[in-house]
Design a protein around this ligand. Structure first.
Ligand code: HEM
Ligand code: SF4
Length: 492
């Protein structure tokens, strides 16, 4: 294998990826054809990626939200940007970000000014760096939680956001932190996973896992050992440094952490980590990986504060209108504590809703197209961006998914399966984790590539052992997907 740096790696060496201000000032008067490879890098590291179709010259903006937390004011700013840029559509993503589509170059300076004033950042939301950490959105509120992960996520975020030491990794590094009793965080598919766990003395810290990932070669993370809570930042920094120095920089397809683990084996990785830390995470016999349960916080749920409730709002395909987002923000301000949270399943959690106001909140949501119930199909479905905006897509996903969800809600009310839809094998919609997964594929037709879907199924294990689904059908026509999903549901 050639060890020559890929052209992108060469460009990355000469760029300060976080020097956005000068770049956005220049680009505000430029056209997309003028963007240099170096500026392209700066844009990505600022959470911007090019949308399909390329001719439109528009960008998607991804905002980083640690713990999925945002305030009423921040939600209002994002709704305003979405209203101006793309007819008021906001996408909630599986990494608890909010995405807004349709930004022209001329808008960037102003939008970044607005985001900064609202205390929002996009740094490291895309690009080859430590991405936004995912963590349970009910952290600090759920009476059953194992650990409130907000402090550690905040420390990790502070350690990595805009940190040039980790600004040029071979590829993205995804970190997940789970302290949730229902295991809503799929630590097993992240490059670095921290799962709240007790050591033999009963001290609450984290079981550390590395090297998980999806895409065309789904790989489960491997256990490294137990670490204390205050060791999380130095440990994740050491892992990011190992990845920075040893990840593959000649072939992007082999650059993720899981490939390094595959090459090295877990023992060499442990030894390398120990040599950097000066100590080793303690190996606890039988420390097993608990998989993400795929269960979101939905419906009206108890909170530690007995006078308040969590309201988990299903969002079909993660799509909200600006008006719906403003309503959620207003309800959070009037009946909660002015905070809302994004979940890992593209839904929204309203925390701190005063118990007497719950019915008012539910009625307002239902009137505005957001009926709240644990058993709606919308809450259990993940759908990637797909052909509408993604250059890699083989199939359109979001709009067909909404139609599919409406049909399933009517045909099989109250019996939702965990449905995961990706527009191509990259698997951003986590099709390999669905009870039923749909993955965009295609066949050559007279008019070019015709969209099809491969169907995956997975039996989840009651003891939480991690697994991936398997492909059971290939190249199903889009109009046949509903019937196929119904058939598969009937098998459960
Ligand atoms: C321009 C192309 C791409 C776009 C627009 C894109 C977009 C996204 C988005 C928005 C998410 C969050 C999922 C969601 O809620 O929609 C995501 C997650 C993910 N992406 Fe991509 N992606 C792209 C390319 C890729 C590629 C090339 C790979 C793999 C080689 C990849 C692998 C993944 C995986 C595995 C996840 C899920 C992991 C998780 O949720 O932790 N993506 N992507
Ligand atoms: S799964 Fe494929 S189509 Fe969907 S967002 Fe990822 S790269 Fe694009």
């Amino acid at each position: 294998m050639s060890k020559e740096l890929s052209p992108l790696e060469v460009a990355k060496q000469s760029v300060d990826p976080y020097a956005g201000e000068a770049v956005f000032a220049r680009l505000s008067r430029a056209t997309v054809e003028d963007i240099t490879p170096e500026e392209d890098i700066v844009m990505r590291w600022h959470g911007l990626y090019r949308q399909r179709p390329a001719e439109a010259g528009l960008f998607t903006l991804r905002v980083r939200l640690p713990n999925g937390v945002l305030t009423t004011e921040q939600a209002t700013v994002l709704a305003g940007i979405a209203a101006r840029m793309c007819g008021g559509r906001l996408d909630v993503t599986t990494r608890q970000s909010i995405e807004v589509h349709g930004l022209p170059l001329a808008a960037l300076e102003g939008v970044f000014h607005e985001l900064r004033a609202a205390g929002l950042t996009t740094l490291g939301a895309c690009g080859d760096t430590v991405r936004g950490m995912v963590a349970c959105p009910a952290a600090g509120l759920d009476p059953d939680e194992t650990l409130d992960t907000r402090p550690v996520v905040e420390s990790l975020t502070a350690a990595f956001v805009g940190n040039r030491e980790f600004g040029n990794l071979p590829r993205k590094l995804k970190v997940a932190v789970c302290g949730c009793a229902r295991h809503c965080v799929p630590v097993e598919i992240n490059d670095v996973g921290l799962e709240a766990a007790r050591n033999e003395e009963g001290t609450l810290g984290f079981a550390l896992f590395v090297g998980g990932g999806l895409s065309a070669s789904p790989t489960l993370a491997q256990p490294v050992g137990w670490i204390a809570q205050d060791q999380a930042v130095p440990v994740v920094k050491a892992i990011a440094a190992i990845f920075r120095e040893h990840g593959n920089r000649s072939n992007r397809a082999r650059a993720r952490m899981k490939h390094l683990l595959g090459e090295w084996g877990i023992d060499r990785f442990r030894a390398e980590l120990e040599s950097r830390l000066g100590w080793a995470p303690r190996v606890i016999p039988g420390m097993a990986l608990h998989a993400g349960s795929g269960r979101d916080h939905l419906g009206v749920l108890p909170q530690k504060d007995a006078g308040r409730r969590l309201v988990g709002v299903p969002v079909a395909a993660g799509l909200l209108t600006a008006d719906q987002f403003l309503l959620l923000a207003k309800l959070a301000a009037e009946h909660g504590q002015g905070e809302l949270r994004t979940t890992l399943y593209q839904n929204i959690l309203l925390p701190d809703i005063a118990e007497p106001a719950v019915d008012t909140v539910l009625a307002a949501l239902a009137e505005n197209g957001l009926p709240v119930s644990e058993s709606r199909w919308a809450g259990h479905t993940i759908v990637c961006t797909g052909r509408e905006f993604c250059n890699k897509a083989m199939a359109e996903t979001k709009k067909p998914a909404i139609r599919l969800l409406d049909a399933l809600e009517e045909a099989l009310p109250g019996r939702p399966a965990r449905l995961r839809i990706s527009g191509c094998p990259n698997g951003c919609g986590q099709h390999a984790l669905g009870e039923i997964g749909l993955q965009g594929s295609g066949v050559k037709g007279e008019a070019g590539l015709e969209e099809r879907f491969d169907v995956w199924v997975r039996e989840t294990s009651p003891d939480g052992a991690p697994s991936f689904g398997r492909r059971v059908m290939s190249r199903v026509r889009p109009e046949e997907v509903l019937a196929v999903v119904r058939e598969q549901v009937a098998r459960f």
